[in-house]
Structure formats: structure tokens, C-alpha cells
Ligand binder design. Structure first.
Ligand code: E4P
Length: 217
């Protein structure tokens, strides 16, 4: 499973990227707001750092507006992926852009039918939002499983990009289901290294080592 980082925080991306943990980046208008940076400037900086796909989201709601914004965002770098909402106009723009070789990430997906439409429109990535479904007591991972089955049934090449990830368990579940990509905030990716028994084991080893009175270096 590929790891994308869901942030526009350049320092956080760099830390994970230096460790080889970053296969791509996703941003959205809320994350751009949080970064306090200009969208084109920060996206360029991210694209220069990360070789994988970097999603930049259009904010127009109509087809023509989306196409104009997509053209502008695509100028930033070769690894830009245009992020479009799962609306009828978004699907139309997706079809047009992917037919011309532009990568498209269709976002705000909350149902298997929406994911089916995105695949038919040639989306490179579909972003189902698991956390926001979980917030409503709907099992977000069941949606991932359904989309996996549907895409495999018909050999769709659209990659399932699990989004709105809130916990390390979401990462594990996405990998078990066979999602192609998971995009998560830096804290969730770093949190995957944590285990209480690792901490307790280290504590014990350190205490016993101290008692040996030895030094390695
Ligand atoms: C990623 O592409 C999405 O924009 C993001 O994962 C949404 O996450 P949220 O539900 O935590 O805002």
C-alpha cells in the first residue's frame, strides 16, 4: 500500500519523505488554510520535494471553472494530480482531463456507486472518506471493502485512495482490504510506530542494561 501524506505542512512532509515514507501528498482547501500559505507557492515546494503524485484541489463547482483551474494548477509541476469533487461536473472534468493524460483524484466519495461512476469516468484515484463516515456511525472501512470488490470484479484501474484517515487502525484495515493508497496526517503515520509493549520492553532493557555497568561506545 502506498502512503500519501495528507497535509500542506512542508516540514512535516520533509521529515517523512527523508525516511522514504512518502509516495505522494494530498491537500485540500482546509489544509491550505491551515498551512497559511499561498496554494501555488506551497504546492510547488511540495512537488519539488516529493516525486510521487501531489493532489491540488479545484474549488470551482462548474465544469468550465474546474477546467480553467485544472489548467492553472497543472502548470505547477509534472506530478500534480488534479483533485475534483464527486459531482456530475467533477466527473465530466475528470473524463476530459484523464483522456488527455492528466492524473485526477476524485474526492468526497461516500458511496460505492459514486466510486463506480468515478472509475467509469477514468479517475486515476478515488478518495473515499472513512473518518467522516465513522463520525456518523457508518462503517467507513466497509465502503473500502465494497469498492475493492467492485473494482476487482470489472478490472477497473482506478486506485483506491483511502482518505479522512484518523487512526493507525484505519491504516491497518486499509492495507488488509487491499487499498492501493492511504492518505493520512503525519501524526497518524508516525503513530503507527507506537506500541505500549515496545515502550515497556525498552524500559525494562534500559533498566537491566544500566545494572550491567557496560558501555557499547
Ligand atoms: C484527502 O484527500 C482528504 O481531503 C482528507 O483526507 C479529508 O480528511 P478529513 O475528513 O480529516 O478532513
Amino acid at each position: 500500500m502506498k502512503f500519501f501524506v495528507d497535509t500542506a505542512d512542508v516540514d512535516a512532509i520533509r521529515e517523512l519523505n527523508d525516511l522514504g515514507m512518502v509516495d505522494g501528498v494530498t491537500t485540500n482547501p482546509s489544509l491550505i488554510l491551515k498551512s497559511g500559505r499561498d496554494i501555488k507557492e506551497v504546492t510547488k515546494e511540495i512537488c519539488d520535494m516529493v516525486s510521487g503524485p501531489v493532489s491540488a484541489e479545484c474549488v470551482a463547482l462548474d465544469y468550465d471553472g474546474m477546467m480553467s483551474e485544472a489548467a492553472e494548477l497543472a502548470k505547477i509541476a509534472d506530478n500534480i494530480t488534479i483533485k475534483l469533487p464527486l459531482t456530475w461536473d467533477g466527473l465530466k472534468a475528470c473524463k476530459e482531463l484523464t483522456s488527455n493524460g492528466t492524473m485526477v483524484n476524485v474526492t468526497l466519495c461516500f458511496s460505492a456507486n459514486q466510486a463506480l461512476l468515478a472509475a467509469k469516468a477514468g479517475a486515476t484515484f478515488i478518495s473515499p472518506f472513512v473518518g467522516r463516515l465513522d463520525d456518523l456511525n457508518v462503517d467507513g472501512m466497509e465502503l473500502i471493502s465494497d469498492i475493492r470488490t467492485i473494482y476487482d470484479n470489472y478490472g477497473f484501474e482506478t486506485q483506491i485512495l483511502v482518505a479522512s484517515i484518523r487512526t493507525a487502525n484505519h491504516m491497518k484495515d486499509a492495507a488488509l482490504i487491499g487499498a492501493d493508497v492511504a492518505t493520512a496526517p503525519p501524526g497518524v503515520i508516525k503513530g503507527m510506530a507506537k506500541h505500549i509493549l515496545t515502550d515497556k520492553g525498552l524500559e525494562q532493557f534500559m533498566a537491566d542494561w544500566e545494572k550491567t555497568g557496560q558501555k557499547i561506545v
